[in-house]
Design a protein around this ligand. Structure first.
Ligand SMILES: [Zn+2]
Length: 71
């Protein structure tokens, strides 16, 4: 899912990614596998900055800060 020019393709965002905390990372990977039948890429948001996009600040499954992008 990662292309050579950048992680995020316009329009591919909302439907094919999860932002989760460490605790929910495995769940998100399983959910991704269920839905897309291929392994996701996992990006550590602390190490990654996006030029044109601010990732959600919060895990989508709880109130903790989102730490990983599963895409
Ligand atoms: Zn969480």
């Amino acid at each position: 899912m990662i292309c050579s020019t950048g992680l995020i393709e316009e329009g591919a965002l909302e439907s094919t990614m999860y932002v989760v905390c460490r605790e929910h990372l495995e769940l998100a990977i399983e959910q991704f596998l269920d839905e897309y039948e291929e392994a996701p890429d996992v990006v550590d948001l602390e190490d990654t900055h996006f030029a044109a996009w601010d990732p959600p600040k919060q895990c989508e499954r709880c109130d903790k800060p989102g730490q990983y992008l599963v895409v």
